[in-house]
Design a binder for this molecule. Structure first.
Ligand code: NAD
Ligand code: TDX
Length: 334
């Protein structure tokens, strides 16, 4: 039996991870430390509220007392907690510096004190942008070149995690994954915003020319990758995790959704572009495949459709979040 400390487990990927982990590892226990920002949602975990294997602690990863107290009972930390939205980092970078950099530092200090393995969940955005129409993909050795306050703060946290391994011998692992999609994603993000806008009779909002390329990873495939790394990887490794075999741009993703939802292309609306918008991401996940045999099991098109069905069936989950998300976009003109 293992005891996991999950940070940010009330967010999108963290809540999917907790559901995944308790199903796959029925003898394990999870403590979820989450401060419940606008992005944290206890209703994503309401089904396991009474599960004796699960504990929720409302608290801040920047608070050393809280963190030290919880880490002493943990075998492993899975660190998801972050400010995660690029557009919000443009409106107000400070929270990103505070949570993503300082919060990670506090966790690292406590992990070092108690000798606990820390798995750091990071992003492919730390590598910056690739050229459109090139064959190039990010690998584990691509130099860091972040563009937004969000990705710069995540890059800083990655460097700190590696430094604690190199300098203090802290057992760590890092994943840099691409854009996740699936259930329980806040309606501020591209896929979840488009689906909920369309359900509401609104348009999909496409930034700039829409020819921006992202690599899409179904959230369950991401959880399975972290599981495999925790079980089988050497300590100190970094792995990229991604989903796509060929480029699909944002406009094409929008058209796939409209097609499945039987709506016309007149529902596409072009809006102000994001400043510093990275043109293309593409992820080479062959190291994870070669070392540990991981590959994504969920195809983009089929699981985009499943995700539409989930949002249609779970309006009670996203409805309370929608108004605040759209009011934030009013400030950016998007
Ligand atoms: P999210 O925004 O949905 O959730 C973040 C969670 O962290 C929320 O529950 C929030 O309440 C919590 N949190 C924020 N500040 C905190 C603090 N100071 N103390 C404790 N908890 C705090 O994020 P997500 O999309 O689930 O992303 C999880 C992680 O994965 C992040 O580190 C993000 O950078 C990374 N990531 C996300 C994606 C993606 O596509 N969503 C892709 C690559 C990497
Ligand atoms: O309404 C929109 N219209 C639009 O064209 C929104 C919300 C986004 N976009 C574009 C911007 C990006 O090219 O869609 C693409 C995806 O945008 P986001 O969902 O904001 O994701 P991104 O900026 O790529 O970052 C996401 O993936 C990497 C997560 O938010 C990060 O946490 C993660 O690290």
């Amino acid at each position: 039996m293992s005891k996991l400390l999950v940070t940010g487990g009330a967010g999108f990927i963290g809540s999917n991870f907790i559901h995944y982990w308790l199903a796959e590892h029925p003898d394990d226990e999870i403590c979820n430390l989450d401060i419940l920002t606008y992005a944290g949602n206890k209703t994503s975990l309401v089904d396991i509220k009474e599960d004796p294997r699960y504990t929720f602690i409302e608290g801040d990863i920047r608070n050393p007392d809280v963190v030290n107290d919880l880490i002493k009972d943990a075998d492993t930390i899975i660190h998801f907690a972050a400010e995660s939205h690029v557009d919000r980092s443009i409106l107000g970078p400070e929270a990103f510096i505070e949570t993503n950099i300082k919060g990670t530092y506090v966790l690292l200090e406590a992990a070092r004190e108690h000798g606990v393995h820390l798995h750091h969940v990071s992003t492919d955005e730390v590598f910056g942008a690739l050229e459109l129409n090139s064959k190039e993909k990010f690998t584990e050795s691509t130099p860091y070149d972040p563009s937004s306050p969000y990705s710069a703060s995540k890059a800083s946290s990655d460097h700190l995690v590696r430094a604690y391994h190199e300098t203090f011998g802290l057992p760590i692992s890092i994943t840099n994954c691409s854009n996740n999609f699936g259930p329980y994603q806040h309606p501020e993000k591209f896929v979840s915003r488009m689906i909920t806008n369309l359900i509401d009779g609104d348009n999909v909002k496409i930034y700039g020319d829409g020819k921006y390329v992202r690599d899409w990873l179904y959230v369950r495939d991401h959880c399975a990758a972290i599981d495999l790394i925790l079980q089988q990887s050497k300590v100190g490794e970094t792995y990229l995790v991604g989903g796509m075999t060929k480029d699909v741009n944002n406009l094409e993703v929008a058209k796939m959704l409209l097609d499945y939802m039987e709506l016309g292309e007149d529902r596409i609306e072009f809006v102000t572009d994001r400043p510093g918008h990275d043109r293309r991401y593409a992820v080479d996940w062959s190291k994870l495949n070669k070392d540990l045999g991981w590959e994504p099991e969920h195809s983009f098109k089929d699981w985009l459709h499943e995700t539409v069905d989930w949002y249609k069936a779970n309006e009670a989950w996203w409805r309370p979040l929608k108004e605040e998300a759209e009011s934030t976009y009013k400030k950016t003109g998007q």
